[in-house]
Design a protein around this ligand. Structure first.
Ligand code: FES
Length: 220
């Protein structure tokens, strides 16, 4: 399984900001983030690096089908990887794979099997659910467990339960895989908001909140 390497400038920027904030979130640190994001055009996000956004449709990430809209009927209790796809500044479709941390894991379980702490209002009829597919420990792409008991990270054996909000059920990950709110649009799937909690590589919710605001400001 691929371990994504974060070499792009946006990731470098986040690392710099993490260092600048010294692991402690403070108002001054958030101001630094916002100032850096607005003062230097190099830091502006291209659409392909923006996180999943409201209105994005979910498309297949698997190479043979990449870019094809995912249908609810494509999904099962086996992980399907997806990218969010939105619009570029010229109105053309843009798959947001410029940031590898945007990769998603989709599942469809029989009604009643998805339970709290999954946010059921952010699923499709309590049956279809979307999560970040990037391990919160060190950023590897998480897969189905070969034992059929949830998800397993190939890097250090972190385990998650996709029927229960992707809570950690084994290994070193510090927190669950965050859920992405979605809704049905016919047979397809549409994003309704940002990730519910900070995705990898964020370490502080305030940092994630500041980043969301930076994205919203850029789109305004
Ligand atoms: S990167 Fe997933 S358990 Fe370490």
């Amino acid at each position: 399984m691929t371990r994504y390497k974060r070499k792009d400038p946006e990731m470098t920027r986040r690392k710099f900001i993490n260092a600048a904030m010294g692991g402690t979130v403070a108002v001054g640190g958030i101001s630094l983030l916002i100032t850096l994001g607005t003062a230097n055009p190099v830091f502006r996000l291209t659409r392909d690096k923006m996180p999943p956004l409201k209105g994005d449709i979910l498309v297949h990430a698997e190479e043979s089908k990449e870019g094809q809209p995912i249908k609810i009927s494509d999904l099962s209790d086996q992980l399907v990887r997806a990218w969010p796809m939105g619009k570029g500044e010229d109105g053309s479709n843009v798959i947001r794979k410029g940031d590898p941390n945007n990769i998603l894991a989709l599942y469809r379980f029989p009604k009643g099997q998805i339970v709290a702490p999954t946010v059921l209002e952010a699923t499709v009829d309590g049956e279809v659910v979307a999560y970040s597919d990037v391990c919160t420990h060190a950023g590897c792409s998480v897969a189905d467990s070969e034992q059929g008991d949830g998800m397993k990270c190939p890097c250090h054996s972190g385990q998650y339960d996709p029927k229960r909000g992707c809570v950690v059920i084994g290994g070193p990950p510090p927190r669950p895989l965050t859920q992405l709110p979605i809704k049905a649009d016919g047979e397809g799937l549409v994003v309704t908001d940002f990730f519910i909690k900070m995705p990898y590589p964020y370490q502080h919710e305030a940092e994630w909140e500041a980043f969301k605001k930076e994205v919203e400001d850029q789109l305004a």
